[in-house]
Design a protein around this ligand. Structure first.
Ligand code: GLU
Length: 416
């Protein structure tokens, strides 16, 4: 499956190329990542033994700015997946117009089976191994699936030790006490939430009548549930790797997060009924929010999806075949490169704050994030309407036009 992901990502580029002003050679360039690094990461375990993990860092493109993108810890990490994730980051940053290229990292590991100290040793060693190709002006990592602010702090500390000076701008998503930005923790969800607000205004939705199902209850899923229920929307179903639960009147989200924190499983929560995790995607709801991993909406289940709006907080949750089925059913899919771009947008704010050593307050972070998300959502929506294409193809076309401007301004430039 991972092998297909990169090919599927390229399909979206080819579809957008039909509508974009990009020259064929720009499209050709964007089909290949700029640089791939595979590293072995030996780690001393708590019992005294040594284990060797495999890690990657892929830089897809850096024409519009330093490569940018998270680091994922997961036992299913695969080079082709990391390539696709890096590719999506180039398009995501271009889609919302922030001055970054695309990159991504990953380590093949199940962090739930490691102790805190083992994760610290793994994180420090991984960053040392990829240090030769990252830096505040070249490639700036961040959190992704199963990595968090604490891990970013260890990585920043390790890189700074190597560099011989504090280098906060080498990584984003750090704790606020170590140069992180206020508002980075819920930024991915908040960006998607602002988009839902725009849609609600255009369509005259009443929040209490809008039912939402969320697949995946990690950082993005939980924060989105909090924001949406705070605004009166009904969160009627959530899932994680333990299974799914459903409550038609809507969950008390704070209580749900508390039980998830306590036991690690949404299925241990007292409210609601257990349902089959796959069935969550097919529930009778207004909005479906995939917020976990790629490839969950496929040709096998797309025709059963009842939600008329899909907000992709995860990267790559919908396959190209499923896209066609959903488009035929008039389902609006807000694509990942737009829907979840709030995270990297606040990473950009964090990076500029680190570079200037001037720190923003929460209001400024939220205002500037809202401005960018609503502006780019409107641009993509207008393009979709003008050209009669899907939101995804419009988002890719919008991004590709920006990538083309940058590529074609310098041609086959000398590179770093
Ligand atoms: N991992 C997040 C994403 O996929 C954030 C990346 C970043 O902030 O650089 O967009």
């Amino acid at each position: 499956m991972a092998e297909q992901i990169y090919q599927q990502a390229l399909l979206r580029l080819e579809q957008a190329a039909e509508y974009s002003k990009a020259a064929p050679e720009t499209v050709e360039r964007l089909k290949r990542p700029k640089r791939i690094l595979e590293v072995s990461v030996p780690v001393r375990m708590d019992d005294g033994s040594e284990r060797v993990f495999t890690g990657f860092r892929v830089q897809h493109d850096n024409t519009r700015g330093p490569a940018k993108g998270g680091i994922r810890y997961h036992h299913t990490v695969h080079l082709d997946e990391v390539k696709a994730l890096a590719f999506w980051m180039s398009f995501k940053c271009a889609c919302v117009g922030i001055p970054f290229g695309g990159g991504k990292g990953g380590v093949i590991v199940d962090p739930r089976k490691l102790s805190m100290l083992e994760i610290e040793r793994l994180s420090r060693r991984y960053i040392r191994e990829i240090a030769p190709i990252i830096g505040p002006d070249t490639d700036v990592p961040a959190p992704d699936v199963y990595t968090n602010a604490r891990i970013m702090a260890w990585m920043m500390d390790e890189y700074s030790a190597l560099a011989g000076q504090p280098t906060p701008a080498v990584i984003t998503g750090k704790p606020v006490s170590r140069g992180g930005s206020i508002g980075r923790d819920d930024a991915t969800a908040r960006g998607g939430f602002y988009i839902i607000g725009e849609l609600a205004d255009r369509r005259g939705w009443k929040a209490s009548e809008v039912r939402i199902a969320i697949q995946g209850f990690g950082n993005a899923g939980q924060q989105f549930a909090k924001l949406a229920s705070g605004a009166g929307y009904r969160i009627v179903a959530v899932s994680d790797s333990s299974g799914a639960i459903h409550c038609e009147k809507g969950f008390d989200v704070d209580a749900l997060i508390k039980s998830k924190d306590k036991s690690g499983k949404v299925t241990d929560h007292s409210e609601g009924d257990k349902i089959d995790a796959d069935k969550l995607l097919e529930l009778d709801v207004e909005i479906l929010v995939p917020a976990a991993l790629e490839g969950v909406i496929t040709k096998d289940n797309a025709s059963n999806i009842k939600a008329k709006t899909v907000l992709e907080l995860a990267n790559g949750p919908t396959t190209p075949e499923a896209d066609e089925i959903l488009a035929d059913a008039d389902t609006l899919v807000i694509p990942d490169i737009l829907a979840n771009a709030g995270g990297v947008t606040v990473s950009y704010f964090e990076w500029t704050q680190n570079k200037s050593s001037y720190y923003w307050n929460k209001e400024r972070v939220h205002d500037e994030l809202k401005t960018i998300m609503t502006r780019e959502f409107s641009a993509v929506h207008d393009l979709k309407e003008d050209r009669g294409i899907t939101m995804r193809t419009a988002a890719y076309t919008h991004a590709l036009d920006r990538l083309a401007d940058a590529h074609e301004a310098t041609g086959t430039r000398s590179d770093f």
